[in-house]
Design a protein around this ligand. Structure first.
Ligand SMILES: Nc1ncnc2c1ncn2[C@@H]1O[C@H](COP(=O)(O)OP(=O)(O)OP(=O)(O)O)[C@@H](O)[C@H]1O
Ligand SMILES: Nc1ncnc2c1ncn2[C@@H]1O[C@H](COP(=O)(O)OP(=O)(O)OP(=O)(O)O)[C@@H](O)[C@H]1O
Ligand SMILES: [Mg+2]
Ligand SMILES: [Mg+2]
Lengths: 228, 228
């Protein structure tokens, strides 16, 4: 479902300096896989996730999503893919500062044209699942760091995406709350969906069936764990 | 050096709802202690850190810093304490979006009246110590999540504060980079300074000599580890 070939991404810093965030990444991810991406800080993981999630374009290389070349998709198809097929938990959450948790979680449903009463119900449900049923009317600055992270997770899960991209989803969570989130991801996976998560923690990566390690913008190793 | 007695903090949510973030916290921290604060997401850790760091005021209770009642300090004394004595690594980094890493790290030195050439030198040095010597002119949105976290750490350390308050300083870092940061904290501690860090990770907490566990706005346990 995701096919990357020789993906490169570089940034010009004005003047002679160019940062090569991805230096030629090729990988294929199939439906219902559960993949963990690990690697040092600055190695290119978020850059890779943003390209997979159709939020950024590579400097060169090919990205096929469900067999279609993403760089040839029109804006409507791209918007449909981002809204209907992909759920994204950002490393820095990216919540709307002036909206409460409920409205933040409703956002993908509003774009998806879901009726007001149904989406309120779905958003309440998603927030309860991450343990924030009593925080629905708090704005982001009225929430703890881990609570904001959980609102971002609820927003990503609320329309049951076929592909969940989660960039360090448990970084601000204690291990018990983190385990509860991993159970939600397991449920989504068990329903046939695809999970790709970036993590720094081996015990989180162990939930995945395949671990891809990135170093300096390239894939250093790509291992499938047979017994899961 | 830090003496909290029956500290309470609550927020009014408009209407009848009141959130009690801290429900009566009493604790004393002495010079050169190395304390880890742990607890579930939403239990009150960041609220406690903000009060200790003189960035927030309690709803009730007493806070004495170096024997002086903080609520009776004038603005000048408070500003001096915050700038000269305390270094704070925020859970959400709080970097200036339009300034590069170097300028962000220089900020405490500018407030402290350090000369331009000396503070550039100190800021370069602090950034090299966290492995970002080649990212000094990148702005926050040109940095990875873990790199932003490290800029926040460099900014907190650049002044060699007598008290370092670090709120989940390794949450976005791989374990190797996290270890490098812990070495920097060890060095600061060995020079006689006081370290208070919030963490979700037991292996980070193990660097401390004392672990305080918070739950629902109160201290659940407070243990000194004798053998470190
Ligand atoms: N401005 C606010 N208004 C209302 N409630 C708030 C506000 N700030 C924090 N809270 C609430 O106070 C409680 C404690 O928040 P705090 O940020 O101290 O938690 P924490 O222990 O740091 O959590 P985490 O591990 O998730 O960072 C949370 O339940 C949060 O929802
Ligand atoms: N807009 C940009 N301009 C210049 N350099 C950038 C930009 N965005 C990212 N970079 C650089 O690209 C590299 C990869 O960044 P990326 O965010 O993908 O890392 P990461 O693996 O997610 O790191 P972390 O674990 O710290 O989150 C980093 O060295 C970063 O400094
Ligand atoms: Mg990242
Ligand atoms: Mg916190």
């Amino acid at each position: 479902v995701i096919n990357l070939q020789q993906i490169k991404k570089s940034y010009d810093m004005g003047g002679a300096e160019q940062v090569q965030a991805l230096r030629g990444v090729s990988l294929a991810i199939h439906k219902n896989e559960y993949v963990a991406i690990m690697g040092p800080s600055g190695s290119g993981k978020s850059t890779l996730m943003n390209i997979i999630g159709c939020l950024d374009t590579p400097s060169s290389g090919l990205y096929e999503f469900n067999g279609v070349n993403v760089s040839e998709m029109n804006d409507n198809s791209l918007a449909r893919v981002r809204n209907k097929e992909i759920g994204f938990v950002f490393q820095t959450f990216n919540l709307l500062a002036r909206s409460d948790s409920l409205h933040n979680v409703e956002l993908p449903l509003i774009y998806g044209g879901v009726s007001s009463s149904l989406r309120k119900k779905m958003a309440h449900n998603a927030l309860s699942q991450v343990g924030l049923g009593d925080r629905v009317h708090h704005k982001p600055n009225e929430l703890s760091g881990g609570q904001r992270q959980r609102v971002a997770i609820a927003r990503a899960l609320v329309n049951r995406p076929s592909i969940l991209l989660a960039d360090e989803p448990t970084g601000n969570l204690d291990s018990i709350t983190g385990d509860e989130i991993m159970i939600l991801f397991e449920e989504l996976h068990a329903q046939g969906n695809t999970i790709i998560l970036v993590t720094h923690e081996e015990y989180i990566a162990e939930h995945a069936h395949r671990i891809i390690r990135i170093r300096d913008g390239v894939i250093a190793s790509d291992e499938t764990v047979a017994n899961r």
